[in-house]
Design a protein around this ligand. Sequence first.
Ligand SMILES: Nc1nc2c(ncn2[C@@H]2O[C@H](COP(=O)(O)OP(=O)(O)OP(=O)(O)O)[C@@H](O)[C@H]2O)c(=O)[nH]1
Ligand SMILES: [Mg+2]
Length: 340
Amino acid sequence: MSINPKIPAIKPQNITVENLSNQIIEGNKVALAQGITRIESKAPHHIQFANDLITKILPYAGKAVRIGITGVPGVGKSTFIESFGTYCTDVLQKKVAVLAIDPSSSVSKGSILGDKTRMETLVKNDLAFVRPSPSGTTLGGVAKNTREAILLCEAAGFEVIIIETVGVGQSETLVKGMVDFFLLLNITGAGDELQGIKRGIMEMADGIIINKADGDNAKKAIFAQKELERALHYFPINPSGWIPKVLTYSSLNYEKATDVWQMITEFVETTQANQYFFKNRNQQNQVWFTETLKEGVLQRFYADETIQKAVEIALELIKNNQISPFTAAKNILDGWVKPT
Ligand SMILES: Nc1nc2c(ncn2[C@@H]2O[C@H](COP(=O)(O)OP(=O)(O)OP(=O)(O)O)[C@@H](O)[C@H]2O)c(=O)[nH]1
Ligand SMILES: [Mg+2]
């Protein structure tokens, strides 16, 4: 593991795929940020640049453990990342990159800037890299940016990649589809600990943390941990062959971070031994390809002016009950000449 060399940034006008990828591979954080900015850019010449950059760095990517963090707003995700991330850098001497995925940013251009203040230590840490959530025009676009950012971070030598889900919506499924280990943060409630956690999300989790296990909550957290462990017995066996673990945590210190790291290490060892780890990444790539293709087809289809005109006419005819919606759709599809 090497400390990032503090080489001055390449001036934007002098950036080439060659010099930027070289600096990223050397672990330069400024170059890494510049690379991520390029993949987030919608300028047509940047799209080609981004594709070439990814192709160039791909052989250097893939070596990190990718961890997704989810949980309701306010459960303590950012604070946990600050605490656990600092443990990884300070105690384990590992390079940690933090990315965020925010489905609402496709609409509101939101970011984790607020979260950045909760990661004050990590932001200043030489071994860490914190990147606010990208925005995009579509959810798929936001996800694409994050996936490519993961690859760039790995090429830059980051060994632990943490992705925080920000906001609510479909982010859990998206993040699950880009990580190795999916961690659900939860807090104790009064009584029924399963209340409020969507079963589907629990089924996706490889680990559950009962967070804010401090002060008055410490005892309740242990109770909740036992209850969740019991509940998990009734869940279907995970295809990874891994039985999800339940831990308690407090971000007031990183006392329990060792347990979290041990859980993740055990998961990686188990799933690499039974090949699930590699199969999962492979399957994620296949899904990713299919999704990208689907989105591309839609984009090209609707970008076609003839189609736009035909859709307009069809909508008008439907409004006046002059054609059935199904016939109208079929007519347009039948008349659609595939773009070359
Ligand atoms: N007592 C205690 N408070 C905590 C702990 N972790 C977080 N908090 C507090 O909980 C509040 C929310 O924490 P965040 O880390 O911002 O939660 P989040 O899940 O990232 O929230 P969103 O990003 O808005 O979804 C803050 O006021 C934290 O100080 C903890 O371990 N113990
Ligand atoms: Mg947060």
